[in-house]
Structure formats: structure tokens, C-alpha cells
Ligand binder design. Sequence first.
Ligand SMILES: [Fe+2]
Length: 279
Amino acid sequence: MLKFSRDVEYRDGDEFTLVSLFDIHYGAAACAEDELARDLKKFGLKDKTFFIGGGDFGNNIKVRDRRFRFSELHPRYYGRDSYIEDVYDDLAAVIMKHTAPEQWLAVGDGNHEQHFIQENSTDPMKMFCERIGYVNRGGYDYMVVLNFHQTKKGGRGSGMKFVIYVNHGWGSAARTEGAAITKYSRTIMYYYADMYLFGHTHGLWAHPMVRIEPKVRGEGFKEKRVYVAECGTYLKTFLERKEPTYSEMKGYSPKVLGCARFTLRPNRIRSVVEVESIV
Ligand SMILES: [Fe+2]
């Protein structure tokens, strides 16, 4: 696990948006490229907006994989010997068109990247990061510490930190609504963060919880909202054609396409970064 830090200067009243991109599965015939482009266009290149990535950016099922079927692959890649590289290259081009490298806090791997590394000793996200030109390359899980601070005359004012824990996720796709909340919310016992972002089972939800602690100075308690979230996907569950997708054969429920987003409001008076989900 790696940790990345980012200084963020703010003024009172500022609002920041965090956009989390997980499970794009680019290169799959069922990847909703139009929805991805629409969302990147809508949320990218905006002031005070950050992006964070949680893996499975490419689908990466190679020809000799027992899961491979031609119908799972986007026809654009038929006949290409370097199809995996081309997928990450094309996705990097789409992302670079709609976002700026400095907007990205970090990106990580999913099981589809890790499986590819294991089988081929080749790291597709490394190629992606080199192409897009930023360096915060997390693995399967990582943390990002945002240090919100104000610049005052004569130096830097006191800051507030906001910690994001990212893990691609694990386990089979549950058929029970709510199972993923139970599974992922346990993580808050083991890793100290203000927000926990997961993917893997392609749900799109954000579950707010409240953490209460006594104030170190002064009377009373400090309440802080903590989110555990699953950050969505751009992989459609089914396509209108005879050939079934992997999801159809596995009986996965249709997924809401999109990405989880959050508003972060550094509040100097309360000494807390307030957070709200806009899933
Ligand atoms: Fe995935």
C-alpha cells in the first residue's frame, strides 16, 4: 500500500468535487463509452475538481484466457496483436481530452490489471500512467491525504487533513442488495480514513456514517461524516444481441452506470472537512 499527499489551498466557503472512476472496462464490447465520455465532459476540466481511480480501467481478457470470447471484445480491436496496449492508449487519450493531469490524485489497479500482471509480467496501468503523464500510481489499495490549508499573510495557516482510502474491492458479485455495504464498511475498523472508496462488484452507492469523538479542547463532541462507497462502473450488464455478455451468463443484476462523486467543504470554524455524496 502506498500513501500520496496533496496540498490544497482553500478560501472560506470553497467547495471541492471529488470524482471517483472505477471499473471502466475499456475495450469490452459492453463498455459504455458514450456514458464515460459524457461524464468526463461534464465533470472534467472544472475548477476545484479532483479525480481518483480505482482499477479495472481496461477489460484485459487475452485470447488464451479461458474467459475470452470475441463477442466480449470491442470490434475496434479485432485483428490487433497489441490490443491490450491499444486499449490503455485509447482510454488515456479519452481521459486526457477531458481532464488535466493535475486533477488526478492517484490511480490504482483492479483485479483485471493484477490478473494481467500475474499472467504476463506486464503492467497495463504503468503504460496508462506514462501516457497520461502523472506519477501517483497506487496499487490495489492506497491512501491519499489531502491537506487543506489557507495562505495567510506571513505564512501558511493551520490546515485540516482529509484522508481517502481506496481499495479496488474483492469477493463475488453479490445478488443481495446491501451485502456490499456490510462487506466494505468493515474496513473502517482497520484503516483510519474519512472516506472509503471501493469497486469490483460494480455497485453505485455511498453510505454515510457518523464518527463521534470528544473535542480535545473545549466542551462537547466533534461529529464527522464518513462515507463508505462503491463507485460504479461503465460496463453494461447486457447488450441487445444474441451473444450473451459475461454478466448475463453469471446472472449479475443490471448496474447503474456512472461514477460516485462527492462534495468536500473545508470548514475552518468546525475544524473539519465536511463531505456530502452526490451519487
Ligand atoms: Fe470490474
